[in-house]
Design a protein around this ligand. Structure first.
Ligand code: UGA
Length: 442
């Protein structure tokens, strides 16, 4: 008899879950995506991705059409259908502390566990404080009718938003935390085509797998803050951090990636992950081990303040009554995600200091409008900078990198630009009559 292929449920269909569900179907598995938000499920079921993620809609529609991919809001359906359940719900920062808010993880476990009447494997992918996986395993054993036949593993997700499809189909490594041979076997089966292509498959205990994820993000955040700290020093002596970073990058022990100086990191992951990691270290009694991350966070926040100071300096020391154009709202290009967006944080602060701020972003305008109703929004780059006394480039979309200084020069009140992402060629803009300022450069 032909071997029955594994059936997969994906719990949570946000940036991570929707991408994971579509990509698991792309690998040939039968997949059921679940979310408690009916509007998300309706949208995905009809082939529309409810956020901006390049390439995902094609994978979604192809696999819906092939009949390998469906979506539901019904946990009973997921429990009856799947052999393997992936937990892909969000773990945001708590409103009142640095710790992770586990309410969505807990809700998923409490909804699914009582419905598991036969052996099943549950794989967590959400980023959680170390120790959570073991607690969840105990919860399934206690709450599920199948008891210990529900086995839990943790396989952290390393995808970058805007590269989600590619990173899920071709991850640079697969990490599986488990002490169960069956969980390992199931993950090997799911990852077979990737293992065949030579992608490293690492098996660890649960705690180590949870830590791989947060330590990877802590390292990336540290690398960004390192180069931004060097930018601060460069500013003090008139040195050029772009030249500095390039020279460092040729030492392949250092490497050039994540060494891009500018406004710093934002998004739904790096900022909250380093804070949750510090909070967890505190609980574990190893707070000093991660106290450097407080500095990483502080350096990152100082870049926002510095960007505002440079702009204020260019217009004579006060924002009151001034007109400011902002290019960029998303936390990074090719995304519509505005969670902890440095661009919007800077724009809102300048607005609160009395300026009339108009923001343009190619994809994140709708999200930005909802979250920052006090700002003004324009539907083109030219409209955002019309009559501006200073322009700030805060997210390095290709459209802004390729902007024509002469075209923008015709509509601004004053040709002054703060390049918060070191995205433009200073010589070119200066030669077109602009006062150009950037972070970490003379
Ligand atoms: C990040 C990690 O890169 C992923 O590996 C991880 O899976 C993900 O978090 C997660 O935990 O889910 P992501 O938040 O999508 O991915 O975005 P990144 O591409 O890492 O960028 C993060 C921030 O750093 C952005 O605001 C970006 O502008 C900034 N950045 C990045 C810099 O300021 N300089 C750089 O050189 C690189």
């Amino acid at each position: 008899a032909e071997k029955q292929r594994l059936r997969i449920a994906v719990l949570g269909t946000g940036y991570l879950g929707a991408t994971h569900a579509a990509c698991m179907a792309e690998l040939g598995f039968e997949v059921l995506g679940l979310d408690t938000d009916k509007s998300k499920i309706d949208s995905l079921s009809s082939g529309r991705v409810p956020f901006y993620e390049p390439g995902l809609e094609e994978v979604l529609t192809r696999n819906l059409a092939a009949g390998r991919l469906r979506f539901t809001t019904d946990y009973a359906e997921a429990a009856a259908f799947a052999d393997v359940h992936f937990i892909c719900v969000g773990t945001p920062q708590q409103a009142t502390s640095n710790a992770a808010d586990l309410r969505y993880v807990d809700a998923a476990v409490e909804s699914l566990a009582p419905l598991l009447t036969r052996p099943a494997v549950v794989i967590g992918k959400s980023t959680v404080p170390v120790g959570t996986a073991a607690r969840i395993a105990a919860q399934f054993h206690a709450l599920s009718p199948a008891g210990e036949a529900v086995e839990v593993g943790w396989s952290p997700e390393f995808l970058r938003e805007s590269h989600g499809v590619e990173d899920t189909l071709n991850p640079n490594r697969i990490v599986v935390g488990t002490d169960s041979p069956r969980v390992e076997q199931v993950m090997r089966e799911i990852s077979a085509s990737q293992i065949e292509r030579g992608i490293p498959f690492l098996v660890t205990d649960l705690q180590t797998a949870e830590l791989v994820k947060v330590s990877a993000n802590a390292f990336l955040a540290t690398k960004i803050s390192f180069i931004n700290a060097m930018a601060e020093v460069c500013e003090a002596v008139g040195a050029d951090v772009i030249q500095l970073a390039e020279a460092l990058s040729h030492d392949d022990r250092i490497g050039g990636k994540f060494l891009g100086p500018g406004l710093g990191f934002g998004g739904g992951c790096l900022p909250k992950d380093i804070r949750a990691f510090m909070a967890r270290a505190d609980e574990l009694g190893v707070e000093p081990a991660l106290s450097f991350l407080r500095e990483v966070d502080a350096i990152n926040q100082r870049r926002r303040a510095r960007t505002i100071d440079i702009a204020r300096g260019l217009i004579g020391g006060s924002f009151a009554g001034r007109t400011v154009g902002v290019l960029g709202a998303a936390f990074k290009p090719n995304s519509d995600d505005i969670r902890d967006s440095p661009a919007l944080d800077v724009a809102a602060t300048i607005g609160s200091l009395g300026a009339r701020v108009t923001v343009y972003d190619p994809e994140a305008l709708e999200n930005a409008k909802r979250a920052y109703p006090q700002l003004n929004f324009a539907h083109t780059m030219v409209e955002a900078v019309r009559d501006a006394e200073v322009v700030l480039l805060l997210t390095e979309w290709a459209e802004f990198r390729d902007a024509d200084p002469d075209e923008l020069g015709k509509v601004v009140a004053e040709k002054r630009i703060v390049d918060g992402r070191n995205a433009l060629d200073p010589d070119h803009w200066r030669s077109r009559g602009w006062t150009y300022r950037a972070l970490g450069r003379p």
